[in-house]
Design a binder for this molecule. Structure first.
Ligand SMILES: Nc1ncnc2c1ncn2[C@@H]1O[C@H](COP(=O)(O)OP(=O)(O)OP(=O)(O)O)[C@@H](O)[C@H]1O
Ligand SMILES: [Mg+2]
Length: 579
């Protein structure tokens, strides 16, 4: 018989419960309402009153109804079968919900995240008598294209001895696959374990600093504002500026093993869009479906606020779980503003002292703690795994001064700011090179990158000047500098997402084209007598690049263009006198 309490007050999703025995902060409790059991979490305890946020709509609940405390924190189920699934914030599989209840969650309906009965071919690795600790590999099963390691549960403290391990064969989640002994007590281990979502998994040897570039195949990102494997980035951008398209492109092309998407949408439509389009994307790496190495956690503003708030934690926990297998995982949160809004709602109901724009005072620390769960780790057996976290932010009115954007940019390693002007001019990706930054290293030479930054800044300054004084008001040199900047933006930075070739550029190709443009165009001086000639020259050059727009980004077909461009440039280059 568990600990119980009685409802004394109901305010929206917040329920106050009077209790007699102890109640623990953040433990999960169930409200017993007729036949329904409504899941909730203890978020504040004052005296003998526990305040619960309910993961469900609360219509019909009554004062005096019973509440059962579980003593457990909100946890995610971890085991084979996660890949390819679409869950809600509480890890209910949405496809099953759709079959059972029509699309969205029926109140009080909780389904197992992982099918218990499915059999998996288990191959043992550990031996009887071996000493093991949390995170050590006991064996594996094949899940899609990956070896899914079955590990000593992350919650097991200290050193255990393998008392028994099952032989190779088919097992499901109902039979233990190993028995581990510690101080004469024997513990069963199953292929499934659970882990509290708000606590980072730390069953590894050490954290390493992110060094390797995560190649996304988006030129503007990789060349100018790179993301590191195991690092963090954010994409703030106004409404409709291309945040979601960019995240989808990254998930499709980034050199990563597994993608976990936390889709937090404003309207149900947005999320349904993800559910409709995503499972159809093909994986450029395997030729199969991208969903095979993806997990999606979905929710909309129509879902209860607490479920929305927990979804990013569920997502990051799943990401950490696969990192424990030595895989590189990318976690995309779209959009973190919806998550922050959920925090704001909860805080408002608790009548906490509000911070800026009514967000809670702990907004910053929550955002920081979330991004801190990214990282490269060396596992117990020496292998390396990583979680990279990328979050979009949708600031109202596109104003980056607001609290969520500000809190985010303090903690991330790369800031890819989208601008309304670029999006409106259909310059995609609409990442504004003048406001974006990255602390990570690009595969393009550093001094070349910073020179390009100065070219882009200068081009913009001259453009702003021209808007005031007109083209006549500036010198020919300035005009040429402006055209160079524009040219680089047009042929290199802009990349059309819906062209099968242009949508992704390999590292090798990026480096080749970048260096070519840098050496042969940006650094060169040309015989251009007046502004009209200068404009014609760069227009022709643009055309030469764009005519073969597709081909220049892959090796095949580039040869002819290469020759044509070189000839064109040679004719017009100022011959430098050799001193
Ligand atoms: N890289 C791109 N290439 C081509 N078109 C793009 C690109 N990015 C965005 N678009 C266009 O802009 C539209 C809106 O993009 P998207 O839905 O990603 O914006 P968003 O910032 O996520 O919007 P919201 O604020 O509503 O979430 C797309 O449907 C597409 O037509
Ligand atoms: Mg979007």
């Amino acid at each position: 018989m568990g600990r119980r309490g009685k409802i004394v007050k109901i305010v929206g999703n917040l329920v106050a419960v009077e209790f007699a025995e102890a109640v623990y902060q953040n433990e999960v409790a169930y409200i017993l309402h007729n036949e329904e059991k409504l899941k909730s979490e203890v978020i504040r305890i004052r005296g003998n009153i526990a305040e619960l946020q309910v993961y469900e709509r609360t219509e019909g609940l009554k004062i005096g109804e019973e509440v059962e405390f579980t003593g457990e924190l909100l946890s995610a189920d971890l085991g084979p079968g996660l890949l390819g699934q679409i869950f809600d914030g509480l890890q209910n599989p949405l496809s099953l919900l759709a079959e059972k209840y029509g699309f969205f969650l029926k109140r009080g309906a909780y389904l197992k995240a992982l099918p218990e009965e499915n059999f998996w071919e288990f191959i043992p690795l550990a031996k009887k008598g071996e000493k093991v600790k949390a995170g050590d590999r006991l064996g594996y099963v094949f899940e899609k294209i990956f070896k899914h390691y079955i590990m000593v549960p992350f919650s097991f403290p200290g050193i255990f001895e393998v008392e028994e391990i099952v032989p190779e064969g088919k097992y499901n989640f109902k039979q233990p696959i190993a028995y581990l002994k510690k101080e004469d007590k024997v513990y069963e281990v199953f292929m499934k374990q659970s882990w509290p979502v708000k606590i980072p998994i730390r069953a590894y040897r050490e954290r390493l600093s992110p060094q390797k570039t995560l190649v996304t195949k988006i030129r503007l990102i990789d060349s100018l504002f790179p993301i590191a494997l195991g690092g963090t980035y954010c994409i703030p951008g106004p409404f409709g500026s291309g945040k979601t398209v960019l995240q989808q492109l990254i998930s499709k092309h980034a050199e990563i093993d597994i993608v976990v998407i936390a889709a937090c949408g404003e309207r149900a439509g947005e999320v349904v869009e993800v559910l409709r389009t995503f499972p159809e994307l093909t994986d450029p790496r395997t030729g199969k479906l991208l969903i095979d190495r993806t997990i999606i956690i979905c929710n909309t503003s129509a879902m209860p606020v607490a479920a929305r708030e927990s979804s990013v934690y569920t997502a990051v926990t799943l990401a950490e779980y696969y990192r424990q297998m030595g895989l590189n995982v990318l976690l995309l949160a779209d959009s973190t503003s919806r998550w922050a809004q959920a925090m704001r709602e909860i805080s408002g109901r608790l009548e906490e002292i509000p911070g800026e724009e009514a967000f809670p005072a702990y907004l910053e620390s929550r955002i920081a703690a979330f991004y801190e769960r990214a990282g490269v780790v060396r596992l117990n057996d020496g292998s390396i795994g990583s979680v990279t976290i990328g979050g979009t932010v949708s600031p109202a009115g596109g104003n980056f001064e607001e609290p969520v954007t500000q809190a985010t940019l303090k903690v991330v390693g790369a800031f890819l700011g989208l601008s309304r002007e670029r999006a409106e001019a259909r310059k995609y990706p609409a990442i504004d090179p003048l406001i974006s930054w990255s602390k990570y290293k690009s595969f393009i030479e550093e001094e070349r990158v910073s020179f390009i930054h100065s070219v882009l800044r200068r081009a913009n300054d001259i453009y702003q000047m021209m808007k005031v004084v007109g083209e006549e008001g500036i010198t020919l040199e300035d005009y040429i500098e402006y055209l160079k900047g524009e040219f680089f933006d047009y042929v290199y930075l802009q990349q059309y997402a819906f062209d099968p070739v242009d949508e992704a550029t390999t590292q090798e190709r990026q480096k080749y084209i970048f260096d070519f443009i840098y050496e042969k165009i940006i650094q060169e001086e040309f015989l251009l007598e007046n502004k009209e000639n200068a404009l014609k020259f760069f227009q022709k050059l643009r055309q030469l690049f764009k005519t073969w727009n597709s081909e220049i980004w892959q090796s095949a077909g580039f040869k002819d263009l290469d020759r044509e461009i070189r000839e064109f440039l040679n004719e017009r280059r100022k011959v430098k006198s050799n001193v």
